[in-house]
Design a protein around this ligand. Structure first.
Ligand code: ATP
Ligand code: MG
Length: 561
């Protein structure tokens, strides 16, 4: 078995090595993992890494993965988020079966165990104010100081803890702390808080409780109660592991899970933090949690990113113990990999320039055969109407082209995809001197876009739509939400790129696109999908990703002009 990431089989990592070894050694019959989000926001692409890891391991080793809401802070948690989390995990392709759990399912048990710790002299009620507690905790280099309430009797502690539960004291008046070691080198072991008073209505337990367990206390015990074998979390919890184990050693838990840590996902230019994402939504910097510029799973889905692309991305970046930052181009790569295979091809013109084909009979329409997928013949073909008036992309014409410009210009000839060779004869301008129309001719001997008998060649093939048969649509182009590659989460308002959304109001699409619901490729332009706001009367498409790696540059260029 190797431990070196560079020589690994794809799909294998140090956590899977551990699971495999545990199974081989007979430590567990069934692997049980869990994904434990706090329902205080939508999931982001970092969570997708954790979901794929936890559910992936369960799947590969024939075990199971629980979906558990870490719902211990009722002031920030909402049913809306619980629903969204379930939708996102399911959409990613995973199934928790009947194992949908909540930390709040265990509130009674956790409370009983806390009383047990008090009775064993391992927990006490502390009356210090939050500020006093903070001041006495010490620092990385200085030990903490014992609380003056640390040596209360078991009877007094039990009495106070029960009165905390019954609602006698206001928020923040007292806490229950584990009695471990105020001089420990690990700050997490300096008498951590187990319970705090919070008079708040919980989405599931209502007003039954006015004390709530801390993350550290609830989390590991929930794992133990569910029989989790491998509790996988991100590196920031490495220093919490001794506390995780302390609880397991000091409570009559039914099982002893082990915690393993891996490096969280970071992506250049993105902020993966629910706190910051919440702020973006709340302050109206984006339209919603599923705004396609958001790194949320819902936002990516709405932008047209397939679940298979997210899974592919997560697989490619791998799992390790070293923190790193991933280039967003890797995500785009995975998206293109999947969409290139699955998306049907269509023609759409984002910024239309009208062409009148002077030698094409007025009133005539031809049905040209267009293939739906160049590498997949089973995808078949469709008919696209061709007529005397068509639109091409403004960018595909230049009146005074530089040397290497092979697209349309006065006197030059190009191929219209699936249709004919076309030559530009003259240019029509408006009062301001802007080109508003081209007068062209076509060669009837090139039907289907084929080379004519004289063997004449052209250097460019352009996409187009028929003026009369095309449909209008709004197309939304997205760029990075932030201007800089490492946006400062403390000042993100200033970091937002106002050009991250470009709306094209009057794009022209071939009519098949009015019926498409799956992601498609607009030939030469990129991958697009209908937005959820799209309806037959008003089509709206999102650009999922451009065709090549020049995407980032193109977007910047398009919005900074
Ligand atoms: P955030 O900082 O965005 O609020 P969180 O860790 O507070 O994230 P949780 O709901 O507690 O959010 O996360 C659920 C699980 O997802 C945890 O196990 C956590 O370790 C994991 N996770 C969160 N962010 C990332 C990330 N960027 N990469 C990988 N895993 C992550
Ligand atoms: Mg967390």
């Amino acid at each position: 078995m190797t431990t070196d990431n560079t020589s690994r089989e794809p799909g294998s990592d140090f956590i899977r090595d551990i699971v495999q070894a545990d199974i081989a050694a007979g430590k567990q019959k069934t692997v049980v993992t869990r994904f434990p989000p706090e329902p205080n926001g939508y999931l982001h692409i970092g969570h997708a890494k954790s979901i794929c890891l936890n559910f992936g391991i369960a799947e590969e080793f024939g075990g199971r993965c629980h979906l558990r809401m870490d719902d211990t802070n009722p002031t920030k948690e909402e049913q809306l988020y619980i629903d969204a989390i379930q939708d996102d995990v399911r959409w990613l392709g995973f199934d928790w079966g009947r194992h949908f759990h909540h930390a709040s399912d265990y509130f009674e048990q956790l409370y009983a165990w806390a009383e047990g710790l008090i009775e064993a002299g391992r927990a006490y009620v502390d009356d210090q104010s939050p500020d006093e507690m903070r001041a006495a905790r010490g620092t990385l280099t200085e030990p903490g100081r014992d609380s003056p309430f640390r040596n209360r009797s078991v009877a007094e502690n039990l009495d106070l803890f029960r009165r905390m539960r019954s609602g006698e004291f206001p928020n923040g008046a007292r806490v229950l702390r584990a009695k471990i070691d105020m001089t420990s080198g690990n700050i997490n072991l300096r008498d951590p808080v187990l319970y705090r008073i919070l008079h708040a209505t919980h989405p599931r337990t209502g007003d039954n409780w006015c004390i709530y367990p801390s993350y550290d206390y609830a989390h590991g015990q929930s794992d133990a109660l569910e029989g989790v074998t491998h509790s996988i979390c991100t590196l920031e919890f490495e220093d919490h592991r001794p506390l995780y184990d302390w609880f397991l050693d000091n409570l009559p838990v039914p099982a002893k899970p082990r915690q393993y840590e891996f490096a969280r996902l970071n992506i250049t230019g993105m902020i993966l933090s629910k706190r910051v994402l919440t702020q973006l939504v709340r302050d109206g910097h984006v339209a919603s949690w599923d705004d396609p510029r958001m790194p949320t799973i819902a936002g990516l889905r709405r932008r047209g990113v397939p679940a298979a692309a997210l899974r592919d991305f997560v697989k490619r970046i791998g799992v390790s113990k070293a923190n790193s930052i991933v280039d967003p181009g890797m995500l785009d790569f995975s998206i293109r990999e999947v969409l290139n295979k699955t998306a049907q091809r269509r023609m759409a013109v984002l910024k239309p320039l009208k062409i009148v084909i002077e030698n094409y009979p007025d009133g005539q329409t031809e049905e040209m055969e267009a293939v739906n997928h160049p590498e997949d013949t089973t995808a078949g073909s469709r008919k696209v109407a061709f007529s005397r008036e068509i639109y091409i992309e403004q960018e595909d014409f230049m009146e005074n082209p530089p040397k290497k410009f092979f697209r349309l210009s006065p006197g030059s000839e190009v191929r219209l995809r699936y249709a004919y060779f076309l030559t530009c004869k003259s240019v029509v301008k408006n009062d301001k001197g802007e080109v508003v129309e081209l007068r062209c001719t076509y060669d009837p001997a090139t039907r289907g876009g084929n080379t004519p008998p004289d063997g004449r060649k052209v250097k460019a093939t352009l996409h187009w739509v028929s003026a009369a048969d095309s449909v209008k649509a709004e197309v939304r182009l997205y760029g990075p939400l932030f201007k800089s590659e490492s946006p400062d989460p403390g000042n993100f308002a200033a970091e937002l790129d106002p050009g991250s959304l470009e709306v094209i109001h009057e794009a022209r699409l071939e009519p098949a696109l009015a019926k498409d619901t799956a992601p498609v490729q607009f030939e030469r332009l990129g991958y697009f999908c209908p937005d959820k706001e799209s309806h037959p009367g008003a089509l709206v498409f999102n650009r999922t990703v451009g065709l090549r790696d020049t995407f980032a540059k193109e977007v910047k260029g398009a919005v900074k002009k």
